[in-house]
Design a protein around this ligand. Structure first.
Ligand code: ADP
Length: 268
């Protein structure tokens, strides 16, 4: 028995070591990447020949993709190690979701994808971490865009409830095969492995989303029909906790976050 206990301890130690190694090394990747992004931003402001603009854009886009990948690996490791930080505050969730949707609408205004926000409540204050809500939503919306048809419509719909607030992200894109739908929230699930696929990604997104919903005490489900579209239904507990801090409704979204989260969509 002692020997088995020791073996278990060794495995746990090894896993912890591996996880902190991943977190540290991925953080190290961010330093040179920041330098490269900074250079792209400086060049963007310069009066460069027109054909350079395209290359600068491609370089920047790929920096964002790397940044997103690093963020996802860090978050995945933190979630596995139970060390993902959650900062709960009391927020008007309707405002948080609306702000996120409006920022995406602004980002999409030159594209052939539209995004609409609908709600049956104006205000609902709940205890949540707006950064996590933002992360979940940006991921679901970016998938809706990634797997859209030539033209697409995304609907973000909020429904009030006694125990839960429901946030639906619905698209009219390519949909998901019936036999794939059950594994969609598992790590590294990537349904289209073909080299000709329209978008990139390593299959970490939805697994992180599902864990973040879980950390938040909520649930997530997906309904989809091949060729017709998909609907992701997230339910977040509608509870208010007495917190030390006063009620805050933070507007966290910024263009940079959308650039990073959507970087897999239009890759150069
Ligand atoms: P990735 O980063 O590769 O997109 P995700 O975990 O976000 O990974 O998604 C896993 C897979 O699920 C995707 O590769 C895609 O095949 C499928 N998928 C996710 N969202 C949608 C959607 N809205 N419509 C169609 N397929 C989707």
């Amino acid at each position: 028995m002692k020997e088995e206990e020791q073996k278990l301890k060794n495995v746990i130690n090894y896993e912890q070591l591996k996880s902190s190694f991943y977190i540290n090394i991925t953080h190290e990747f961010k330093t040179p990447l920041n330098v490269l992004l900074g250079i792209c931003q400086i060049l963007e402001k310069e009066d460069v020949p027109e054909k350079w603009e395209k290359y600068i854009n491609i370089a920047k886009q790929n920096c964002y993709r790397l940044w997103r990948l690093i963020n996802n690996v860090i978050d995945n490791s933190k979630i596995s190690a139970n060390s993902f930080e959650v900062a709960m505050s009391n927020n008007n969730i309707v405002h948080v979701v609306e702000e996120i949707t409006l920022s995406v609408a602004d980002y999409l205004k030159e594209s052939n994808i539209s995004i609409t926000f609908d709600t049956d409540i104006e205000e609902k204050v709940i205890t949540c971490d707006p950064r996590i809500i933002e992360r979940i939503l940006l991921n679901l919306i970016s998938n809706g865009i990634k797997f859209s048809k030539e033209e697409g419509n995304i609907l973000v719909n909020m429904i009030d409830g006694i125990d839960y607030v429901t946030i639906e992200v619905q698209d009219d894109g390519i949909g998901i095969d019936k036999d794939k739908i059950n594994s969609i929230f598992e790590t590294f699930t990537k349904i289209d492995d073909s080299l000709t696929r329209k978008s990139e990604g390593c299959g970490l997104g939805l697994s992180i989303v599902s864990s973040l919903v879980d950390i938040h005490g909520g649930t997530i489900e997906v309904y989809s029909k091949k060729g017709e579209g998909s609907k992701f239904v997230t339910r977040i507990p509608a509870k208010i906790t007495q917190l030390d801090q006063k009620k805050v409704t933070e507007t966290l979204i910024n263009k940079e976050k959308i650039n990073i989260e959507f970087s897999d969509i239009y890759s150069g």
